[in-house]
Write a protein that binds this ligand. Structure first.
Ligand code: NAD
Ligand code: MG
Length: 386
């Protein structure tokens, strides 16, 4: 369980704990929250615990010892990669946030693990490489994103090559749905992370507010289901009950519905192709009453259009988009820039940097680093002007 202390981590561990005969979290990893990781170790008793921040190793080791646990302590990004690829596990839930999750996700794919992939940024940054690596190693990728899980459940696979006309990703519209561009200038980080339907980590919550999350998901769908951009649509659905749809050539459309709770998605991934209890109750359609759909407002939320353009441009454009967005979102969360500076900074990076040379991991990582640098440099300027 990579990213065990996060929102996806909590949902995954909740489902795992419901099935002690069938599932066990053997490895737990976290970024730098040792206390939260220790608490999870006490509860789930994994064989291994890893903290990404090397300076926190002693605190983890001593905490495990003090709690009387046999869990082995590890630290550093390399240890996360090693464990993700090791015999210690047969499935890997990749739920580290951001491009920081790429190496461990790739390591799990290379080792042929069943990969429950929540870390969408790794697909945006290196989608071709990751899917190629997984298929070469026989690693099965199961999407852990409600929309992509919906499509996966409708297709019963990641194969959309037979009879599929298009897929339709639903978007809640986020906390600012219906606001004009001018009304978005003054919104605060606290407002942006208060998602109306889903409880998620801060970065993806801001991405949902800008609609960049849906943009990343379009690119994610492109890689997961090998679909060209013109066969992927986005529709805003504020109730977040229809998680996505697949339209077939015969005019039939299949959708997957359920309450907005990631434990369903995780239960699907953890037991696939079987079904297990997730703790989520069923959908009471009479109580919910209605399902509404509307077109996304690309003028107020330009991030979705930027992501679409980056996907169509191909090459390194999605890597640049993702890196610039991570820097901009982090600066917004720290109160250093306004909400509208996020798309402006992403566009700045996309128009400033050359997009070619995205064929190898080294090239992609170099582009990622360059995009982070020029976005950092532009922060001050955009803080004043946007
Ligand atoms: P989160 O911020 O709640 O948790 C992130 C986890 O990653 C934490 O355990 C943190 O310790 C760890 N982490 C952060 N930086 C790290 C680093 N450098 N090295 C190692 N570990 C690090 O995030 P989340 O909401 O759980 O999202 C995780 C991923 O899942 C993201 O890619 C997100 O887009 C995706 N996702 C989340 C949801 C959701 O409902 N939360 C839904 C779909 C997809
Ligand atoms: Mg999603």
């Amino acid at each position: 369980m990579l990213g065990a202390t996060g929102s996806i981590g909590a949902s995954a561990l909740d489902v795992i704990a419901r099935h002690p005969q069938r599932l066990r979290a053997s490895v737990l990893s976290a970024g730098n929250n040792v206390r939260a990781l220790l608490a999870l170790c006490v509860r789930h008793r994994p064989d291994h615990a890893v903290i990404a921040e090397p300076a926190l190793f002693a605190e983890l080791r001593d905490g495990l010892r003090a709690a009387g646990l046999a869990t082995q302590a590890h630290a550093g990004a390399a240890a996360i990669e090693t464990l993700a690829a090791s015999e210690a596990c047969d499935s890997v839930v990749a739920a580290i946030v951001g491009a920081a999750g790429l190496h461990s996700t790739l390591a799990a794919a290379r080792a042929g693990k069943r990969l429950l992939l929540a870390n969408k940024e790794s697909l945006v940054l290196a989608g071709e490489l990751l899917t190629r690596t997984a298929s070469a190693a026989g690693a099965e990728i199961i999407p852990i994103d409600s929309e992509h899980s919906a499509i996966f459940q409708c297709l019963r696979s990641r194969d959309a090559s037979q009879g599929v006309r298009k897929v339709v990703l639903t978007a809640s519209g986020g906390p600012f749905r219906g606001r004009s561009r001018a009304e978005l200038a003054e919104v605060t980080p606290a407002q942006a992370v208060a998602h109306p339907k889903w409880s998620m980590g801060p970065k993806i919550s801001v991405d949902s507010a800008t609609l960049m999350n849906k943009g990343l998901e379009v690119i994610e769908a492109h890689h997961l289901f090998a679909l060209a951009g013109d066969r992927i649509e986005v529709v805003v659905h504020p109730q977040s009950l229809v998680h996505s749809l697949v339209e077939f050539v015969d005019g039939s459309t299949l959708a997957q519905l359920g309450l907005p709770d990631m434990r369903t998605t995780l239960a699907v991934g953890l037991a696939w192709p079987e079904r297990i209890e997730s703790g989520v109750s069923g959908l009471d359609l009479l109580r919910q009453g209605r399902l509404d759909f509307e077109a996304p407002d690309l003028h107020a939320f330009p991030c979705l259009a930027l992501a679409w353009d980056a996907m169509n441009a191909g090459g390194g454009a999605p890597a640049i988009l993702n890196a610039a967005n991570e820097v901009a979102v982090s600066a917004f969360l720290q109160g250093r820039i306004g909400f509208l500076a996020i798309p402006a900074l992403v566009e700045h990076a996309l128009t400033t940097l050359p997009r070619e040379n995205a064929d190898t991991l080294e090239n992609l990582l170099a582009l990622d680093a360059q995009a982070r640098r020029i976005t950092e440099l532009a922060l001050a300027q955009y803080a004043l002007h946007v």
